[in-house]
Write a protein that binds this ligand. Structure first.
Ligand SMILES: Cc1cc2nc3c(=O)[nH]c(=O)nc-3n(C[C@H](O)[C@H](O)[C@H](O)COP(=O)(O)OP(=O)(O)OC[C@H]3O[C@@H](n4cnc5c(N)ncnc54)[C@H](O)[C@@H]3O)c2cc1C
Length: 864
């Protein structure tokens, strides 16, 4: 082991300084060295290993299978090492990292027992000056924090913690010689992963063990043993393919991806899938048991309750069992644990649980712990109190960028990064697995390799092209922050007080730190940034400078996933099919979609259209009636669509607006061309307005709504009602409406292809619906008509929609005509995503606002 000594002969002028000699720093050193960059790695630890150097507590193991929690960059290295267990112990992982350091002769460029205290960017020479606690100053072109996500232990924050005279241990800095608890009275404070791993082993030695729990955590049995034969087989059969699968997976481990949503699955399917995941003992497996586990509260509660059932079945004392049942956060919103006999430990007579929610610690005393209820004596206290995660180790160093700006100050309200790799104002500065990257939500071995490869590739590119500096642009960074935040906000993660949220550290801003979309999506994003010539970065050097500014991801995470799924299905373009086949395809897509929310009542009926009967479906709220009424027209380009196609959206609208929604199936083209659908829509509105009693609606409380071509019909119905002198319509909700047949807008060009509703499909719809000569008629293109004296409107458009600009134009034209109008635009949304209840959570807020708008229309229409 290398020891701390101040007389370093290491160079003080290098290409790169890397802080940390764990998984990240070791691989980065190897990569940079192979590329010919002079590099110094600095670590406060006495040897390599990082996490696995420091965390030597009993029971410390990885929670990702060791077949997967390892480097993959060198197949020879893989063949040279054999893991002995499914989840290797800390000593084995540390041996592995030492083996790696030896194999690639890494130690000669690493300074151990040395802490980096500050780093400052010197603009005049475009270099960083790094200082250590040994007083050394190192000048470097590139400065990389490979300092770990979980490497800064959190201080105990318990009154009197420095008074205790007995033995004190922290799981995160465990003594190298080990600890013998035989015959001792031991307290463990904290029941996160380290507590859950160590408690059974401490209990096996101690005379008495008292566990102090603030938050009960979810844990599943690890079922440790030899490495999984399936994973080993797959690896040995085709190592490269297995590693590629990991890189293209969601969490960095090849795992079956389910299409089953827990919210809609039968009890039998739920139980079967849960039990299989419980038996398999893999975190990524149980977190992927349903595709909506971290999106949908119902689905999450199904799994959470099944885990609580297991806890109750294991723990004999019902009161202890109940205290061990997690209730204050959704399953997975905090990192769940893998354990070996954790819950069973509480059945031992000398083990006791103190629930700090009922009996908080008042103070640590010289001889033990005083709670609000009792005073307990101990020989040893073990703190398993976690880390100041992700940002903590980075801002612990005084890092000063351009103009002396402090990173600690820049991130005071939360981290701001581009790709979790770089940050504005700090040229040539990189964070490995930084905030805004998948990091702790993934198998970190895979995420680390990807980050290191990206950074090494970037440095190589800069050098090859004669650039000296790289720095993200404010536009790119703001866009990435928005994207990371958008992704988190559709999940259940932000609802928990977790270290993912910074909530475990008093005063730390509440901010979801990792990126949720998955390592596959993230890798593709980083690769695309490079492929688009370092989009969002400024590069400069003696050869000049370049700035290819822009935002790399503008679609919402769930919308992008929907598009990818549809692309993978490789369906024929609708417009290439005969109409009947297109309708059948649409029905097939609808049949695999969630059924929508339960409403009070659904009634199918018929009403008179302009030329014969029209089917309708009425949705009544569960609340006491009578209710206002919404006449609704489905989307589908006048050609496709049915009462079924918009059924989930109508249910949603019924609940959010607390109105009766009458969805009307008008005549479709090409069988019935323009103006059949418009005439039917108006006839339906007239009939609905005339029959409030039959519908159990409130008289004179009628609004119209529609989506896409249905919004076109709703708009036209308002126009026809105005000209016919009635019926009175109190408001119009137009969702991504067709308002103009010219198809000449910028949004048609920008979003012509790739966002589900394409320009060629719209062309096909128009061709089926209306002759060219009719398309300028306001009954087909309401934007061309007189818009005065129309009902107040809510217009909702989607950013990536060919129809976006005509929706915007309609809102502007209504407003110019004196009609009260509110316009909402779905950022990162596409034409079809706004109606997709239970599939696209990122549009849920817009759907709620549509319901609110309808309520407002009705409220405003009630005579004072
Ligand atoms: C108990 C435990 C179990 C884990 N199990 C898993 C698992 O199963 N799977 C998984 O994917 N991840 C796991 N993790 C996360 C784990 O941290 C990463 O997998 C990985 O080890 C991180 O490697 P790293 O090199 O990025 O950081 P680290 O291993 O944390 O190394 C960072 C190093 O930087 C040094 N350092 C930091 N600041 C300074 C400074 N200013 N000056 C000098 N040196 C500094 C530290 O001393 C440390 O040695 C676990 C973490 C813990 C704590």
């Amino acid at each position: 082991m290398a020891e701390r000594d101040g007389s370093s002969t290491a160079p003080s002028d290098v290409d790169a300084v890397v802080v940390g000699a764990g998984f990240s720093g070791l691989y980065l050193l190897h990569r940079l060295r192979m590329l010919g960059f002079t590099t110094r790695v600095i670590d406060s630890a006495g040897d390599v290993g990082g996490t696995w150097y420091w965390n030597r507590y009993p029971g410390a193991r990885c929670d990702i299978p060791t077949t997967d929690y390892a480097y993959s960059f060198d197949p020879e290295l893989e063949r040279a090492w054999t893991w002995s267990e499914k989840y290797a112990t800390q000593p084995e992982i540390l041996s592995y990292l030492r083996f790696v350091a030896d194999r690639y002769d890494l130690r000669r460029d690493i300074s151990f027992s040395t802490k980096v205290t500050s780093a400052a960017w010197d603009e005049s020479v475009a270099r960083w000056l790094v200082r250590t606690d040994l007083g050394e100053e190192i000048s470097c072109r590139f400065y990389v924090m490979a300092s770990g996500c979980l490497s800064l232990p959190k201080s105990p924050e318990i009154a009197g913690h420095d008074r205790f005279r007995g033995e004190v241990y922290f799981t995160s800095t465990w003594p190298h010689e080990g600890v013998d608890f035989t015959g001792k009275r031991v307290a463990v404070i904290g029941t996160g992963s380290s507590g859950i791993q160590s408690i059974p082993l401490i209990a096996a030695q101690a005379d008495q063990l008292t566990v102090f729990q603030r938050t009960a955590n979810f844990s599943i049995p690890a079922r440790n043993g030899p490495p999984s034969p399936e994973r080993l087989d797959a690896l040995e059969t085709d190592r490269a393919a297995y590693r590629d699968e990991a890189k293209l997976s969601r969490a960095g481990v090849p795992t079956e991806v389910t299409e089953i949503a827990g919210a809609w699955a039968t009890d039998e399917v739920r139980r079967e899938r849960f039990e299989a995941a419980w038996e398999a003992g893999e975190l990524i497996g149980i977190l992927g048991v349903f595709n909506d586990l971290l999106l949908n509260e119902t689905s999450n509660e199904v799994v959470a309750e099944m885990i609580r059932e297991k806890i109750r079945a294991i723990v004999a004392d019902p009161e202890t069992a109940e205290a061990l049942c997690p209730r204050d956060h959704p399953f997975g919103s905090k990192r769940p644990c893998l354990d070996t006999n954790y819950f069973q430990t509480y059945n031992l007579p000398h083990v006791r649980l103190v629930d700090l929610r009922k009996q908080p610690i008042f103070s640590i005393t010289e001889s033990g712990i005083e709670t609000t209820d009792e005073s307990l004596e101990f020989d040893a206290i073990v703190y398993a109190t976690g880390f100041d995660a992700m940002t903590g180790p980075v801002v612990a160093v005084d890092i000063r960028g351009r103009d002396g700006v402090s990173l600690r100050e820049k991130w005071a309200d939360g981290p701001s990064t581009y790709l979790g790799l770089t940050t504005v104002g700090f040229p040539n500065f990189f964070t490995i697995t930084g905030p805004g990257s998948p990091s702790v939500l993934s198998n970190m071995a895979v995420s680390i390799e990807q980050h290191v490869d990206w950074v090494a590739g970037c440095l190589d590119d800069l050098r090859a092209r004669g650039f000296q500096t790289i720095e993200p642009t404010p536009v790119a960074e703001a866009g990435w922050n928005q994207h990371v935040d958008d992704g988190a906000s559709i999940t259940l993660y932000p609802t928990a007080n977790s270290w993912y949220m910074g909530a475990n550290v008093p005063g730390k801003p509440r901010f979801f730190l990792p990126y949720v979309a998955g390592v596959d999506v993230y890798r593709a994003t980083c690769d695309e940034v490079v492929a688009r010539d370092y989009l969002g970065f400024s590069l400069s050097g003696p050869v000049g400078s370049q700035c290819n500014d822009g935002v790399i991801r503008r679609l919402q995470v769930d919308v992008a996933m929907l598009i990818r799924t549809l692309e993978e299905l490789d369906l024929p373009p609708m417009e290439s099919l005969p109409v009947e086949d297109a309708r059948a395809l649409m029905q097939a897509i609808e049949s695999v979609r969630p059924p929508g929310r339960a409403v009070g009542e659904v009634v199918d009926g018929v009403l008179p259209g302009a030329a014969g009967e029209l089917a309708y479906r009425l949705y009544r709220p569960a609340t006491a009636g009578p209710h206002p009424v919404v006449a609704y027209f489905h989307g589908g380009g006048w050609v496709l669509g049915s009462l079924d196609s918009d059924d989930p959206f109508c249910r949603d609208l019924c609940i959010s607006s607390d109105s009766v929604v009458v969805s009307v199936n008008y005549r479709h083209a090409p069988e019935a061309r323009f103006p059949a659908a418009a005439d039917d829509a108006f006839a339906a509105v007239q009939w609905i307005a005339a029959h409030p009693a039959e519908l159990r609606g409130i008289p004179d409380q009628l609004a119209v709504a529609g989506w896409s071509a249905g919004a076109n019909l709703a708009a036209v119905a308002c126009w026809l009602a105005r000209d016919a002198g009635g019926p009175d319509i109190v408001g119009q909700l137009l969702l991504t409406p067709v308002t103009d047949g010219s198809m000449g807008t910028t949004s048609y060009q920008e979003n012509a292809l790739g966002y589900v509703l394409t320009a060629p499909l719209m062309q096909w719809f128009w061709d089926h619906y209306a002759d060219q000569a009719d398309r300028g008629d306001p009954k087909a293109s309401p934007l061309r008509g007189d818009l005065s004296n129309l009902p107040p409107a809510l217009i909702v458009t989607a950013e990536f929609d060919p129809l976006r600009d005509e929706g915007r134009a309609y809102a502007e034209a209504l407003s110019a005509a004196g009609v009260p109008v509110h316009h909402l635009e779905g950022r990162g949304q596409i034409h079809t995503s706004l109606t997709m209840t239970d599939v696209i959570p990122s549009s849920a807020d817009l759907r709620a606002q549509m319901g609110d708008a309808l309520r407002d229309f009705f409220r405003a229409a009630v005579p004072a």
